[in-house]
Design a protein around this ligand. Structure first.
Ligand SMILES: Nc1ncnc2c1ncn2[C@@H]1O[C@H](COP(=O)(O)OP(=O)(O)O)[C@@H](O)[C@H]1O
Ligand SMILES: [Mg+2]
Length: 241
């Protein structure tokens, strides 16, 4: 089991203003799954992603990652997991401006303490850019790219450390439906190659590219269902017609 979450709670306390963002969330994710997390704004989706991705800690409950209880992990342990085990893709791409595609994608490799040769870094960057169809853009500046291409760079950057888990928070939220569909196809391909993916979305046509949909409401899971095979296959195309 990759992820095993039990009765997770998250309370935000901003100068006495209390928000119960997660109220007893429990679920598992196995290696190789592609899970979409849906739900209205404010239902706790991003909070859940941040905890799963080691950007934040739960207030209560248990989180086992690769079978290990993360409760007593130090901040350094969490930083290591964040860098080595998780690849993040955000709605706003989060690329560095005035920087090339290559430089954006190699960045996570530079944080790695195990020193790697220049040639192995270049090889890896080329490989992941190839897998998102952007090999020929390697020397472009990130701001010369369309939104869809920028998001593909962000996916390549998320892949470069061979993460155990790809987390995407509304990856198509800033894209038109055509560019969004390309992103979903890439995520589907990565999942078919064995990558485990958890993706937040509030669009039905993107969620149907996943194999499983978890629905949230007011900080709890209200539905957890498998997507039927045929719907996965033709779900998106229907929306483009
Ligand atoms: N850093 C924060 N401080 C205080 N409240 C927060 C913070 N982040 C999120 N919240 C609140 O927690 C709830 C869940 O937010 P969020 O996880 O971002 O939901 P979603 O991603 O589903 O829109 C919301 O009420 C939101 O206002
Ligand atoms: Mg959110």
């Amino acid at each position: 089991m990759l992820i095993n979450v039990k009765n997770l709670n998250k309370v935000y306390d901003n100068e006495g203003v209390i928000t119960n963002a997660l109220r007893g969330v429990s679920f598992d994710v196995k290696e190789g799954e592609f899970v979409a997390i849906m739900g209205p704004s404010g239902s706790g989706k991003s909070t859940l992603m941040q905890i799963i991705g080691f950007l934040d800690r739960a207030t209560a409950g248990e989180y086992f990652f690769e079978g290990k209880n993360t409760k007593n992990f130090s901040d350094d342990d969490l930083a290591y997991l964040r860098n080595q085990k998780v690849g993040f893709v955000f709605q706003s791409f989060n690329l560095l401006p005035r920087t090339t595609v290559f430089e954006n994608v190699e960045l996570p490799l530079l944080y790695d303490e195990r020193s790697q040769s220049r040639s192995s870094i270049e090889k890896k960057v080329r490989e992941v850019l190839g897998s998102v169809g952007l090999a020929e853009r390697i020397n472009n500046f990130s701001n010369q790219l369309s939104g869809g291409e920028q998001q593909r760079v962000a996916i390549a950057r998320a892949l470069v450390n061979d993460p155990a888990l790809i987390l995407a928070d509304e990856p198509t939220g800033n894209l038109d439906s055509k560019a969004g569909l390309q992103i979903m196809k890439i995520l589907q391909n990565l999942n078919n190659e064995g990558h485990t993916i958890a993706m937040v979305t509030h669009e039905t046509y993107t969620s149907e590219h996943a194999k499983r949909i978890i629905s949230m409401m007011d900080g709890t899971i209200v539905k957890d269902e498998l997507v039927k095979k045929r719907r996965i296959a033709d779900g998106a195309e229907r929306f483009l017609k």
